[in-house]
Design a protein around this ligand. Sequence first.
Ligand code: PMT
Length: 426
Amino acid sequence: MKKQILLIVSGGIAAYKSLELVRILRRHNIAVRAVMTKSATEFITPLSLGVMTEDQVYGDMFDLKDEREIGHIQLSRQADLIVICPATANLMAKMNAGIADDLATTILLATNKPVLAVPAMNVRMWNHAATQRNINQLRKDGIMVMTPDSGAMACGEFGPGRLIEPPEITREICAQIGVTFDTSLCHGQSPTTQSNGQDISENNQSPAGENILAGKHILITAGPTHEAIDPVRYIANRSSGKQGFAIADTAAKMGAKVSLIAGPVSLATPAGVTRIDVQSAMDMQSAVDDALPADCAIMVAAVADWRAAHNAEQKIKKDGDALAPLQLIANPDILAALAKHEKRPKLLVGFAAETENILDHARAKLSRKGCDWIIANDVSTSNGQGVMGGDHNDVHIITANGEENIKHATKESVAQTIMERIANVL
Ligand code: PMT
């Protein structure tokens, strides 16, 4: 017999993902009947959900027609599992207190069916002692409460509280009701538009993310710097500029005005990007100053920490077996200076290239340099990934509030995720 879910949608920004959940469940031949709280209807319409379930959507406890034909007890009686998605802090608090002041909470108090809650909320609400107390008690009462994902939130903060992605929720539901989960049924277009045409994706962007950064100026540094020793020699590093150029390309595609200050690299300029070529750290610092003001600066360049104290006018001659007379002095720290600049961008993002104790060193850099986020990557060649110069990266976005790992992916894909997070904040 066909399995049936009673889906309760409560009011949070993640409510739109319930539409995708319904689609994937139905592809698994699972019938879905939906109930919405009043606040859920502020985020998605009953019409949208009804289109996805191909059924009436229930919401009003005192709707006589619904009560006569179905009744709130009957609604849960027909279900194999009740799924609350998203489950807000408020709804779980009511469940814990045994409050039944609307159809959703009345069903939850009256049911003897298994209940799976999929929370989604702001990181501080999730971490609040009251929410944690409620969840502990609900779990003791036999409610299955999934642990939310960690990452960037629609509100711009980081940490636990993001709704688990619909395919993973489906996997759990299938396990609970004895249906075989099939990943191939999870692919396809996400429903991100309401029937009234209004976009409802988490960061209010069009599916392609076009123009969400219109009117914003993003300043990006990329590539290495070359620090001259004499007319033919210089100090350099292995940065290719690929990661910074990919970020510039993505930002331009999102509609931003992009100033890309590039060290000496041989990459094509992404469409719509203003490129300023520089050689040394000193040049890069002047170009950064000239490009201000900006809404956001992303410092991807591998700036040389030192330069030759004297840039010899003539090629330095080899003097027998004597050591080269190379004396180094420190370069300015462009990122740290920008953090104290009177035109400091609203969001200042540094990169940290580390070869050991990646996260600890990167966290220390975040506070030492005074930026808002630092994106840590492992540039040791011993891990075989070859991040510097290669096509892939594996980064941790570190903020004051938490961390998000973008696992081994192409630099274009890493750029896309970083720019989505930045767009959320801007
Ligand atoms: O260019 P690719 O081959 O694609 O490789 C990408 C990358 C590995 C170079 C990139 O992802 C990266 O990690 N960039 C930062 C490299 C770096 O110099 O890290 P750092 O830990 O030394 O510096 C920390 C931050 O301070 C960086 O944002 C850097 O731009 C900035 N900095 C450093 C020194 C300096 N004098 N001025 C600076 O502004």
